[in-house]
Design a protein around this ligand. Structure first.
Ligand SMILES: Nc1ncnc2c1ncn2[C@@H]1O[C@H](COP(=O)(O)OP(=O)(O)OP(=O)(O)O)[C@@H](O)[C@H]1O
Length: 576
C-alpha cells in the first residue's frame, strides 16, 4: 500500500497548486525581460511614456505573481496537512487492529515516533515537492532559455559552473544517506527511554535508579545529537558552496557582459536581465538540491511508515455473525502456544459453561488463567482444539459480535483521564447517571466518591488518584455498566479485603443472574461459590468440579485451599 495513496483525494487542490505555480514561475521569468525593455528602450532613449507604460505592466505582473505565489503556498499547505492527517489516521487504524504481540514487535515507542515524527518528515516532503517540483525545473530551464534568448555566448560561459554544482550535490547525498535510518532509530530509543522512565517512575524511585536512568538517557540523547549534527554539518556545506559558485558565476557574467556591451553586441538592460536570469537558474538549482537532500531523510521515514501500514497483521476471528445472545461456552482439548513459544501456555483444556452459571478459574502464577481469557476475547486464536461459543468455533465468529457480548475487568486496570462518568461510558456510551450510580453501589465504589456530583470526580490517567482496591471497584462498576452475556473478572478481587470481596460477590450474585460469569482468582474464598471450578497448573487442567468435590477429591485444589487456611474456616462469611 502506497504511503502517498491519500494524495489522490486532493487531486483538485494539487491541480490548483500546479497552475498557480506555473503562473508564478512565468511571472518571475517575464519580469527581467520587462526590466531590460525599460532600460534599453525607455531610459536609454529618455522615452518617459514608454518607461511608465512598461513600468505599469511590471507592477501588475509583480502583484499578480505575489498573489499567485501566496495562493499556491496556502493551497499546498492545506493539501500537505490534510494528507498527513489521513496518513496518521491510516497508521492509527492499522495499529488499533494489531494484536498485542504485533505492537510489541514493532515497538510502542517506535510506533509513536513513526506516527508523529516520520509522518512529519513525509508531510514536509510533500509540501516541499508540491511547488518546487514544478517551480525548480521550470525556473532552471526557463531561466536558461531566457538567458539564451538574451545573449547566447554569455549563456555558454555561465553553463561552465553547472557541473561543479551537480558534483557537489551528488557527494553530499552519498555521504548523508546512511545516517538517516540510524537517526530515526536513535530517536526511537530516546522515546523508548522516556516512555519507560515515565511509566516506571515508581520503580525507578523505589530502587533509587535516578542517576543510572539519567546516564542511560544522556547516552541515547547524545547519540541522537551526534548523528543529527553530523547530518546537518554535511548538509550545511551545500548552501555556502552553492552561494559561492553563484556569486563567482555572476561576477564572470558581469565581466564578460561588460565586454560585450563595449563590443556593442549587448545592451545594459539585456545584461541586467541576464544577471537576473542567471540568479533564477541558480535558485532553481538550489531548490532542486534541497529537494534532493531531503529525499534520503524522507525515504527512511517512508519505509518506516510503510512497514506499519503494510504489516501482515494476523487476522483474528471469522465472518460468522452471532445473531443471538451468548448462552454457552465450551472448551474441547483447547491448546494454545504464544507466537514463537516452544511450550504451550494452555494444553488440552476441557470445560463447559451455560447461561446462569459461574465458572471459577484458579491456579498459581503463570498457570494460563489470563491466557484463556485472551482467547475468549479473541486477542489470540486457539492453536489446537476448539473453543466453542454457542457451539460455533470462536475463530469462525466475527470479533465484534463476540466482544460486544463480553464485559471484562482486567487484572491491571486502566482508566482514562476523564470524569468517573466518562470512564463508565467507555463501556456503555448510552448509560444513564442513575444506572452508573447503581453499578457503583453494587461494586461498593459509590462510598469512596464524594457526596456532591460523584460522577464528575476526576480520574487521572491510569486511575492513579485511587488506591489499588478502589481502582478494582471502579473497574468492576465499569464492567457492570455494559449489558453483556458474559462477565469476566480477571483477578479483580485480589486487592480487596475479605469483607469487601465477600460483600461485592454477594451483590454480584443478584446482579448477574441469568448470565455467564467467569471469575479468575488466586484466593479460594473468591471462587468457592462458583458452580464449576477449573484448577490450572502449568497450562493443564488439574481439577474440574464444585468446591466441595474438589476439596474432597482433588489434591492440587486441596493443597491450595489448605495453604489458604480453608479447612478451618469453611465459610467466607466467617472470614469476612
Ligand atoms: N504475551 C506473551 N508471550 C509469550 N508468553 C506469554 C505471554 N503472556 C503470557 N505468557 C506465558 O504464558 C504462561 C501463562 O501466562 P498467564 O498470563 O496466562 O498466567 P496467569 O495464570 O494469568 O498468571 P498470573 O496469575 O500471574 O497472572 C506463562 O508461562 C507466561 O510466561
Amino acid at each position: 500500500m502506497s504511503v502517498f495513496q491519500d494524495l489522490k483525494k486532493y487531486k483538485g487542490l494539487l491541480a490548483i497548486v500546479f497552475f498557480l505555480t506555473l503562473g508564478n514561475t512565468i511571472g518571475e521569468l517575464y519580469l527581467p525581460r520587462l526590466l531590460s525593455l525599460i532600460v534599453d528602450n525607455g531610459i536609454a532613449v529618455e522615452d518617459v511614456q514608454y518607461v511608465l507604460k512598461i513600468g505599469g505592466i511590471m507592477l501588475i505582473v509583480t502583484l499578480l505573481t505575489i498573489l499567485v505565489r501566496g495562493s499556491a503556498s496556502f493551497f499546498s499547505a492545506k493539501a500537505a496537512m490534510a494528507f498527513s492527517r489521513d496518513l496518521r489516521k491510516r497508521i492509527f487504524n492499522k495499529v488499533n487492529h494489531m494484536t498485542f504481540d504485533e505492537t510489541e514487535t514493532l515497538g510502542i515507542s517506535s510506533l509513536i515516533t513513526r506516527t508523529t515524527n516520520d509522518v512529519g518528515h513525509i508531510e514536509q516532503f510533500v509540501l516541499l515537492m508540491m511547488r518546487p517540483i514544478l517551480r525548480a525545473p521550470l525556473q532552471f530551464v526557463g531561466g536558461l532559455v531566457m538567458a539564451y534568448l538574451t545573449h547566447r555566448r554569455l549563456t555558454a560561459i555561465v553553463l561552465i559552473s553547472m557541473p561543479i554544482i551537480f558534483v557537489l550535490i551528488y557527494f553530499v547525498i552519498r555521504v548523508v544517506i546512511p545516517f538517516f535510518p540510524q537517526l530515526q532509530k536513535a530517536l526511537d530509543r530516546v522515546n523508548l527511554l522516556l516512555r519507560q522512565r515515565l511509566t516506571g517512575l515508581k520503580v525507578v524511585r523505589a530502587f533509587s535508579r535516578d542517576e543510572e536512568e539519567e546516564a542511560t538517557f544522556d547516552q541515547a540523547n547524545n547519540q541522537y545529537y551526534q548523528l543529527s549534527t553530523r547530518i546537518n554539518n554535511t548538509m550545511s556545506t551545500v548552501q555556502p558552496i552553492l552561494a559561492f559558485v553563484v556569486s563567482v558565476t555572476t561576477v564572470i557574467a558581469v565581466y564578460f557582459g561588460a565586454k560585450f556591451i563595449v563590443d556593442g553586441t549587448m545592451n545594459i538592460g539585456e545584461l541586467m536581465a541576464f544577471i537576473q536570469y542567471t540568479a533564477q537558474v541558480m535558485t532553481g538549482l538550489v531548490m532542486m538540491s534541497r529537494m534532493l537532500t531531503i529525499i534520503p531523510r524522507t525515504s527512511t521515514s517512508i519505509s518506516r511508515v510503510k512497514e506499519v501500514i503494510d504489516y501482515p497483521s494476523r487476522k483474528v476471528g471469522g465472518t460468522t455473525r452471532l445473531n443471538e445472545s451468548m448462552y454457552a461456552i465450551e472448551a474441547k482439548d483447547l491448546t494454545f502456544y504464544y507466537p514463537g513459544a516452544n511450550l504451550p501456555a494452555l494444553s488440552k483444556i476441557n470445560f463447559s459453561l451455560k447461561a446462569g452459571e459461574v465458572l471459577g478459574i484458579i491456579g498459581g502464577t503463570g498457570s494460563g488463567k489470563s491466557t484463556f481469557l485472551k482467547l475468549l476475547m479473541q486477542f489470540y486464536e486457539p492453536t489446537e482444539g476448539d473453543l466453542l461459543i454457542n457451539g460455533i468455533p470462536i475463530n469462525e465468529i466475527n470479533t465484534d459480535d463476540v466482544r460486544q457480548r463480553l464485559s471484562y475487568v482486567p487484572q491491571q486496570n486502566f482508566f482514562f483521564s476523564e470524569s468517573v462518568r466518562g470512564n463508565m461510558q467507555y463501556s456503555n456510551p448510552d448509560i444513564t447517571d442513575e444506572k452508573i450510580i447503581e453499578d457503583l453501589t453494587v461494586a461498593k465504589a459509590r462510598e469512596f466518591l464524594p457526596n456532591d456530583n460523584p460522577l464528575d470526580s476526576k480520574v487521572v490517567r491510569g486511575g492513579a488518584n485511587f488506591s489499588g482496591g478502589q481502582r478494582q471497584r471502579l473497574a468492576i462498576s465499569r464492567a457492570l455498566a455494559r449489558d453483556a452475556n458474559v462477565y469476566i473478572f480477571d483477578d479483580s478481587f485480589s486487592a480487596l479485603d475479605y469483607r469487601t470481596d465477600y460483600e461485592i460477590r454477594q451483590a454480584l450474585e443478584d446482579r448477574l443472574e441469568g448470565v455467564m460469569t467467569i471469575i479468575v482468582a488466586q484466593r479460594v474464598a473468591t471462587i468457592r461459590h462458583a458452580d464449576k471450578i477449573l484448577v490450572l497448573e502449568d497450562g493443564e487442567v488439574k481439577g474440574y468440579g464444585s468446591h466441595d468435590d474438589l476439596l474432597a477429591h482433588n489434591p492440587v485444589y486441596r493443597e491450595i485451599a489448605l495453604s489458604q487456611g480453608e479447612e478451618e474456616v469453611s465459610t467466607d462469611e466467617s472470614k469476612a
